[in-house]
Design a protein. Structure first.
Length: 267
């Protein structure tokens, strides 16, 4: 799907063009988003409001992980989590995230806590943000700054869960995520993944999903992130995730998350 009248952003998830690797989230209303799957791991500081995270990768906290205002938590990638964002009494929910680059040695394992406001960790987070904003800083230095935050988090018992095995659904997500506006088909994906269409459908069914459901879920997860992290119009977000019709996109979004795209921003 293309639209020659509208120029799409090269990196719609970047809230600050001077700070690659940083995203800023804003949400106007309290909402719980079920089975949200992040595309990249994230170090998240809640700047205003509160976040609660629930999921099978956090067995030490039966009621969920509570990340209060001013604290830092971790959001793993490719793991279905229930995420509840609470706005503050005097304003929307706001958070700042550092994307964790691929290829760095991320500490993993069981966590003894879910969030921290430990002073040295917070200072490392601020240093990393500062380096992200400085033009001309080599990517290797930025990566090192993110790793420093992860090492301080590890020291206080906060780690990402170990990565699970990469299944067919994960491989499809990784491929489709490169161009969500494309009209992906089962024969095309089967060819790209060196398997047959029948095998692709059978293995997805054995994993408890189907191709249509997988594609819709990935598109809705990306749309949620764009609504929270950018000021792009809803119509542009719809195009970005593969919907030519904003009304059809809004319907799918409400079916998936229980509120409209405009509700997320409080428009």
């Amino acid at each position: 799907m293309t639209d020659d009248t509208m120029e799409m952003p090269a990196d719609p998830m970047r809230a600050d063009p001077f700070a690659p690797g940083v995203i800023r989230l804003r949400q106007a209303v309290r909402a719980t988003f079920r089975a949200v799957v992040g595309e990249a791991p994230l170090i998240l500081r809640v700047d205003q409001g509160r976040k609660v995270i629930r999921g099978v990768r956090y067995p030490h906290s039966q009621g969920g992980i509570d990340v209060p205002q001013g604290a830092i938590g971790l959001m793993p990638a490719q793991v279905a989590l229930d995420v509840e964002n609470h706005p503050a009494s005097d304003g929307p929910y706001r958070a700042t995230g550092l994307l964790i680059p691929s290829g760095i040695a991320v500490p993993t394992g069981a966590s003894s806590s879910g969030a921290t406001s430990e002073q040295r960790t917070m200072a490392a987070f601020d240093r990393a943000l500062d380096l992200m904003r400085r033009p001309g800083v080599p990517q290797s230095i930025r990566d090192h700054a993110v790793l420093e935050v992860l090492l301080w988090l590890d020291a206080v018992g906060l780690r990402l869960p170990p990565a699970g095995p990469v299944g067919l659904a994960d491989r499809i997500r990784q491929l489709v995520a490169q161009d969500l506006a494309h009209d992906w088909t089962a024969p095309e994906l089967a060819l790209a993944l060196a398997t047959s269409e029948a095998t692709l459908r059978r293995r997805l069914a054995a994993a408890g999903t189907g191709l249509s459901r997988l594609l819709t879920d990935l598109r809705m997860n990306r749309a949620l992130g764009l609504l929270q992290c950018t000021d792009l119009p809803v119509a542009v977000i719809a195009l970005e995730v593969g919907y030519a019709s904003p009304s059809r996109f809004a319907l799918r979004f409400r079916e998936r998350f229980g509120l409209s795209p405009r509700d997320v921003r409080g428009d």
